[in-house]
Design a binder for this molecule. Structure first.
Ligand code: ZN
Length: 282
């Protein structure tokens, strides 16, 4: 199965960058979310594809119409209220953050929100407490685990690259981990973000075929936005990672949707035999 997901945030919601870290700073930037979400929705419409949208509460609060428009046809997930790294939060801060985001999304859509993705795969071995909080708040399905080292987190001890049950402190969640290719000593997540933009389509296509039984994607509105402003003060490598390949990304996504079928988390979850799926103790 191939699962298509989008993290709905603004072009300036980069993690761990001083110039764009807090809400006070966000209000000063150009608003691009409307046209960027419309672009994604029209692509999904054109290719008749389902997808799950992990939305930041800050976006939902400021632009409720964006969430309502997405929720008319697509599954909504929670991407936290304020897009902070989980390992920089206390359990109490994480709980308040996720709880307020869920309430906002559920009030806006009238539907229960059961899926979650942490910003930047920032649940590490030392933040497994986050799963207990998720379960307490009614989340049944998590998409936050990256089973390797990542710039903002990652969980190298987690060895699974396909959906499994995870168990922690007596609770159980369904986990859709992000998968990657191990190339030249690096774990490359070619199914989203910078690496999706960087690599040529023929290589993405090749790796997608190789990952035939499971692929979880993660794209952002900014990945497809050729007209977004460039953030100053980013270090050279960060600048490269943030803006490489944007010009061709929409075209690449359309080819991907032509060559392969994708679905959302809900539909993927329905076809998994969870009773016969291994349960990983964290
Ligand atoms: Zn994010």
């Amino acid at each position: 199965m191939r699962v298509l997901t989008f993290d709905i945030e603004e072009w300036f919601h980069l993690l761990d960058f001083e110039d764009t870290k807090t809400q006070n700073q966000w209000d000063g930037f150009e608003v691009r979310i409307h046209e960027n979400v419309d672009r994604i929705l029209s692509i999904l419409e054109e290719y008749d594809t389902k997808a799950t949208f992990f939305i930041i509460g800050w976006i939902a609060k400021k632009y409720p119409e964006v969430v309502k428009k997405i929720a008319e046809k697509y599954q909504i997930g929670c991407h936290t209220m304020n897009h902070q790294l989980v390992w920089q939060q206390s359990p109490k801060e994480f709980e308040d953050d996720v709880e307020s985001c869920l309430k906002l999304l559920e009030d806006l859509t009238g539907k229960k929100v059961e899926c979650f993705r942490a910003p930047g795969f920032s649940i590490r071995e030392s933040e497994t407490w986050a799963f207990e909080i998720m379960a307490k708040l009614g989340i049944t399905t998590d998409c936050s685990i990256f089973s390797g080292k990542h710039a903002h987190g990652g969980m190298p001890s987690f060895k699974h690259q396909h959906p499994v049950l995870i168990s922690y402190a007596g609770i159980t969640l369904k986990e859709f981990p992000i998968n990657f290719k191990h190339i030249l000593g690096k774990n490359i997540i070619f199914s989203g973000g910078g690496y999706f933009r960087l690599f040529p389509y023929w290589l993405i296509k090749h790796w997608t075929k190789e990952s035939d039984n499971y692929l979880l994607t993660y794209l952002h509105p900014r990945d497809l936005d050729v007209d977004q402003p460039i953030l100053e003060n980013l270090q050279l490598l960060r600048r490269f990672k943030s803006y490489v390949g944007i010009g061709n990304a929409e075209n690449k996504l359309k080819k991907w949707l032509t060559d392969f079928s994708f679905t959302d988390i809900q539909s993927a979850s329905e076809v998994i035999d969870w009773n016969n799926t291994i349960c990983v103790e964290l």
